[in-house]
Write a protein that binds this ligand. Sequence first.
Ligand SMILES: [Fe+2]
Ligand SMILES: [Fe+2]
Length: 278
Amino acid sequence: MLSMDIIIVYPETVPVFSGVFVGNEQFSQTPGKVNLMSVTNSHSGTNVHEVADGIYRINTPVKVLGAGGFSFNQYLIIDDDCLLFHTGLRKMFPLVREAVASIIPVENLRYIAFSHVEADECGSLNEWLAAAPRSMPLCGSVAAMVSVGDLADRAPHAAADNELIPLGKHTVRWFDTPHLPHAWDCGFLTEELTATLLCGDLFTQGGSAHPPITETDILGPSEAFRHKMDYFSHTKNARGMIERLASTNPSTLACMHGSAWRGDGAKLLRDLADALSA
Ligand SMILES: [Fe+2]
Ligand SMILES: [Fe+2]
């Protein structure tokens, strides 16, 4: 989610990170396994943290001119076929690549997946396709038809609604969610082994200083952000689509902006549906 009238300050130009996480900083010495949060770029504050078994949150805090702090998360699923969900902004590619490389060789990536076509979701798609020669874009069929078949340097895997994509021990499932929260091509992935919903722009939290994962309320902060930024479409189908996501009973919500969340995801999603219809 990125509003056109906001200027994102490239994090390497601004000392944006306040050191909130420094107390938790710990670099793993075990290749491919990072248990605690690791800062992978001390200037930008880009950091990685395992939020579910084999699923890593890559987080970069930024300052947005006139709007305060914000953050961008990508999620990396480690398996026989590794999957990156969201690329980050094109200009963030060096930071995200550095973070991925702290966990796996970037050439191991098989899927560069994203919810919908926006700069923070897929701005560096072609940089990733070049860096990982075996990789391909993974998106919904509308995104593939309307944009990605043309924009991407390699043909995408156009996921059908409800399609399962095995990665090894992890399996992701694609859900079409047109216009939820925005964009005709929007969709989400669930990961079945860990009951994780890669929920993209749902539950977006403003600000830049967030713990990697929280069990405290994120609906209140995300609702405050929604009322300020109006980034949800006004589709009448939101409740039905949210109910489909809730029926998967996610226990981890991998949010794209702010903390990931752990708890009764079905309840939180239904609370969101109620808030949207209030
Ligand atoms: Fe986003
Ligand atoms: Fe978005």
